[in-house]
Design a protein around this ligand. Structure first.
Ligand code: FAD
Length: 267
């Protein structure tokens, strides 16, 4: 079931910010890409791709699991091998959305249109956006796994041609009108996401999760992939950052009780 919310997640973020920091606070920086985090016994230094450096007592890194898996951000010293191992072991979904807009609708009026295929899940899940945005005449196709990778690595023309061929096979008696617009999400190759959301893979243990959550000295971590119950969801990210904030406050107030101070680069 899909639901529509006029402002998306914006209101949620603004609500969380309210009473904590004004929206125009200069400490709130947008569109800065972190490339390096140096962390030592006394401080953490964060470097951005435009040459800026920010120094703090502690840092909470909330990059997606995909960004950590693809080593998009360098850490100095590097993350402990056991930490990097569990980062690499946890699962991160490959997922691509394709939006096709037509001058008129020619498809079924149901919210979902499902296609059966010999290859499991292959171009199977189409959503009729007219059921959410009346008159938009947008069809929304979700691709998973290898199909998502294929789309991300192909040109727009290749993707659209293939998708239209499949759509024609779904509606063989229809003359499909020319597209009026399209959008292919490219989260799997976007250096700020490197995938969509996490999943708990077979064989990954609770102990592994503890290492995934663990800070490395003054460097803390938060994000959806660190919530052992609601990973993959926004409320998982929220719960994770709450827990990390509590751990961090405890470390600041009483370093000897810092739950993870024992994790060293030899782990
Ligand atoms: C198609 C799709 C549908 C989804 N549907 C739902 C849903 O219906 N319900 C639900 O609860 N969840 C849904 N999710 C999952 C949800 O979006 C994630 O669980 C959530 O966004 C995770 O939040 P996060 O803060 O952990 O990570 P992210 O949202 O990935 O935030 C990480 C942030 O770090 C930034 N960043 C990355 N690298 C750098 C860098 N080097 N320098 C600076 N900044 C950087 C990114 O730009 C991003 O803003 C969906 C996800 C996808 C892809």
């Amino acid at each position: 079931m899909a639901v529509k919310h006029e402002t998306g997640f914006t209101d949620l973020v603004k609500g969380l910010l309210e009473g904590f920091m004004p929206e125009k606070d200069p400490r709130l920086m947008f569109n800065n890409t972190v490339v390096l985090i140096e962390h030592g016994d006394d401080s953490v230094r964060v470097f951005t791709d435009d040459g800026r450096m920010l120094e703090a007592d502690f840092d909470v890194a909330t990059f997606s699991l995909g960004v950590l898996q693809q080593r998009e951000v360098k850490f100095s010293p590097p993350l402990p091998p056991k930490k990097q191992l569990v980062i690499d072991m946890f699962g991160f979904c490959r997922f691509t959305h394709i939006y096709l807009q037509f001058p008129r609708s020619f498809w079924d009026e149901t919210m979902y249109i499902l296609r059966a295929s010999k290859i499991r899940g292959h171009f199977s899940c189409w959503r009729n956006q007219n059921t959410l945005y009346s008159g938009s005449n947008i069809l929304h196709l979700s691709l998973f796994g290898d199909d998502a990778t294929w789309a991300d690595r192909s040109t727009d023309d290749m993707v659209i041609q293939e998708v239209l061929n499949i759509l024609q096979s779904l509606y063989p008696n229809v003359t499909i009108p020319k597209l009026s617009g399209f959008k292919v999400s490219r989260w799997n190759t976007d250096r700020l996401t490197r995938g969509a959301f996490s999943y708990w893979p077979t064989g990954f243990t609770d102990e592994n999760m503890k290492y995934l959550q663990a800070p490395d000295g003054r460097l803390f971590f938060a994000g959806e992939h660190l919530d052992p119950v609601h990973y993959g969801f926004v409320h998982g990210a929220y719960r994770s950052v709450q827990r990390t904030a509590e751990d961090l406050v405890q470390c600041i107030e009483n370093p000897s009780k810092c739950a993870w101070s024992s994790m060293t680069s030899d782990d």
